[in-house]
Design a protein around this ligand. Sequence first.
Ligand SMILES: Nc1ncnc2c1ncn2[C@@H]1O[C@H](COP(=O)(O)OP(=O)(O)O)[C@@H](O)[C@H]1O
Ligand SMILES: [Mg+2]
Length: 231
Amino acid sequence: MKNILEVKNLTKKYRDGDIQVTALDNISFKLQEGHDLAILGPSGSGKTTLLQLAGGLDSMTEGDVIINGQSIKKLSDQEISDFRNKTMGFIFQMINLQSFLTAKENILVPMLILGTPKEEAEEKAKELLEQMNMINRANHLPSQLSGGEQQRIAVARALANNPKIIFADEPTGKLDKKNSELIIDILESLSREKGMSVVMITHDENIAKRFSRIIRLENGIAKKDSNLDNK
Ligand SMILES: Nc1ncnc2c1ncn2[C@@H]1O[C@H](COP(=O)(O)OP(=O)(O)O)[C@@H](O)[C@H]1O
Ligand SMILES: [Mg+2]
């Protein structure tokens, strides 16, 4: 089975004047295509840093991240943003929808950037709105939606270009229990039913347990990979 993600001896050091912080210390793991895993660790353990390096949003100090066979550090800034838009979907705790665009328009943006014909993009947006049970909110602005509804639109946006891999960084951090459950159910089903690879980042043990494998991060060190991958 093909690896969708390979994290190889990944190290990230931040330097602030004389002070150096090792946010990630020689992390390695692999994820097979269509599989899912949770990265579990307390605040400050390096979870967001790992996601930023994987998405080429920040540079690594040492090591590499290979996504769908492509070394991230070998890509130029322009190449990485194209590659990210085509191959990866991101969902964040801070939902960051465009406030002046409707729910549907927010979902259309990544497809139009990629040059998807308007009709095809409209069709896909509709399909995603239906999948998220949000079709009757298509023309609402983010400010007219609840937090849970906004996050469902953000999930739809992340899925718009049929990414190979979804990275979710504490996507339920700002949601109540019911809406958290709903988002986790959706993320779970992406891997179980749609063969998408999912990396769930969380500080919550109960959320992490819903995924097939758990990688524990502490002070930038991967402590243990509970390999329960039984797909
Ligand atoms: N831009 C930065 N400059 C300096 N230190 C940073 C920066 N970003 C994160 N850090 C530090 O790196 C460590 C890991 O942070 P982060 O990856 O955000 O952790 P988490 O997402 O698990 O809460 C923390 O000690 C944090 O203070
Ligand atoms: Mg974080």
